[in-house]
Design a protein around this ligand. Structure first.
Ligand SMILES: Cc1ncc(COP(=O)(O)O)c(C=O)c1O
Ligand SMILES: N[C@@H](CCCC[NH3+])C(=O)O
Length: 464
């Protein structure tokens, strides 16, 4: 099936189906042989058509495994939902920057939201087009600005007047005109975790709503090396209701109109932030279950688009959207092995070989990830445990006080919804090598990043 045909099919199907739990794993609706991305078949967990047990045995753990079909599905679904608008999806690279993920999105026609020269370098290596890249972030350095301008990014989204002045200076020095947008901080509560709320005035992001017009005025009057190209906002991550999006869009669109009238902008970027359902990340394979549980997470792509599109369409501008987590979150799992069991007076611990250095979300944001055995045990019994890693930190856990099926030493567990902000936030803490990453596409599993060796970890270090 050609990619164009497949995409077209998704447009039709996407619009029809995206009411039924769009932020979960939707590959059930993918035409062709990939029926469900992560599901049990005869008691064993599969990613598309590949057994996760076999991947864990072959490549070792901790191991990140991604489903290409899920990424494709999510991209296409959002693309379809936004189709009433002249739009561009700029995938937020920070969520998962593996070259194969970026290449998949580039081939679907996606652009990218980058936050460093390194991310732009990755996009280019993966075959992405810099002319579809927006460059976010509060602290861009001279080298990064020069690199972005030389590569011809679509827009640099500035977050302060000082930054605008600096971009103007650097652009002048290298004989370029820099395309810029200003990020507005609308002071809207995204009602998400405090650490990932970005659109309140106490957050470091963007310029206050009230000052935006004056800033654009000064850019036009005093910064000749800047070309005003758009306006951007991003109020936070893992939003599970459309209300804050609507509030922000309603508040900012009159401003967008004014900026458009006075400065002739091309685009308005509504940022990312579409939340995923961490509790629904495993496909039960049971349609009725999906229907029943779709209410658990009210934010579907359809609901999102239906709520924001009517406010955006009349602007007559190109609309950019910067999803990260939505695109890849439920497309990835982290596989880990149970090393030991420890039964203490207060708790039972399952000590696994993945730690907070591999997946920091549970301890950093109290992030809840579904944890399930790769091979289902022959019993329905569950036990309440803490799933903890080998790191020397009390906060090194993947789950606390969690009822999970009975697993024993040597068994593998899958930590679901680990495709976003999993590997990209991993570190070498405790001198632990970074895990390998696998991309599954139908029957095929490719190592898309090798596990680090200890020599890799020590590379560049010298004894004085
Ligand atoms: C500027 C910007 N755009 C997009 C995103 C992507 O957010 P999410 O992964 O929640 O879609 C982020 C991260 O929150 C961001 O900072
Ligand atoms: N890293 C966060 C999301 C932050 C988004 C970056 N702006 C998470 O894992 O949920």
């Amino acid at each position: 099936m050609s990619q164009d045909y497949q995409r077209q099919k998704f447009h039709e199907e996407g619009l029809r189906r995206c009411g039924s739990g769009c932020t979960g794993d939707f590959s059930a609706y993918l035409p062709g042989p990939h029926m469900h991305s992560f599901r049990y078949t005869q008691g064993e967990l599969f990613a598309e058509n590949v057994s996760l047990q076999s991947l864990a045995e072959k490549h070792g753990t901790p191991l990140y495994v991604y489903s290409k079909a899920t990424v494709t599905d999510h991209f296409t679904r959002l693309d379809a939902a936004l189709s009433p608008l002249d739009h561009l999806i700029c995938y937020a690279v920070k969520a998962n920057s593996n070259l194969s993920i970026l290449s998949t999105i580039a081939k679907l026609g996606g652009g990218f939201d980058i936050v460093s020269a390194g991310e732009l370098y990755r996009v280019i290596k993966a075959g992405g087009d810099p002319r579809k890249c927006t460059f976010a972030g509060v602290g861009k350095t001279r080298d990064e600005i020069v690199y972005a301008l030389e590569q011809g990014v679509y827009c640099i989204n500035a977050e302060s007047e000082a930054e605008l002045r600096y971009i103007n200076q650097v652009a002048g020095e290298i004989g370029k005109k820099a395309p810029v947008a200003v990020r507005v901080n609308p002071n809207v509560d995204a009602k998400t975790h405090a650490k990932i709320t970005t659109g309140k005035s106490e957050n470091k992001f963007g310029i206050e709503f009230e000052n935006i017009l004056e800033v654009y005025g000064r850019v036009a009057a005093e910064m000749p090396n800047l070309e005003i190209r758009g306006l951007q906002m991003h109020i936070g991550s893992q939003l599970t209701s459309v209300d804050p999006f609507v509030e922000a869009v309603k508040k900012v669109t009159p401003l967008v109109r004014e900026v458009k009238e006075k400065h002739g902008i091309q685009f308005f970027s509504i940022g990312g932030g579409i939340g995923i359902n961490y509790k629904q990340s495993l496909d039960s394979g049971d349609e009725a279950w999906w229907e029943e549980n779709s209410e658990v997470h009210p934010l579907t792509v359809q609901a999102y688009a239906e709520a924001v599109v009517p406010h955006l369409a009349p602007l007559g501008l190109r609309i950019l959207c910067e999803p990260g987590r939505f695109m890849v979150g439920n497309a990835g799992v982290l596989l880990t092995k149970v090393l030991y069991e420890k039964r203490g007076a207060a708790k039972t611990f399952k000590i696994v070989d993945a730690g907070m250095n591999d997946l920091i979300r549970p301890t950093l944001y109290e992030g809840w990830h579904l944890i399930t055995p790769v091979k289902q045990p022959n019993t329905d019994e569950v036990e309440k445990v803490d799933v903890v890693g080998p790191i020397c930190e009390t906060g090194d856990f993947l789950a606390q006080n969690r009822e999970i099926p009975l697993v024993k030493e040597g068994d593998y567990l899958a930590v679901l919804s680990a495709g976003a902000y999993g590997f990209t936030m991993a570190s070498n803490y405790n001198t632990r090598p970074m895990p390998a990453e696998i991309l599954v596409d139908g029957d095929k599993a490719t190592v898309v990043r090798e596990r680090q060796t200890l020599d890799d970890v020590l590379k560049g270090e010298h004894i004085a």
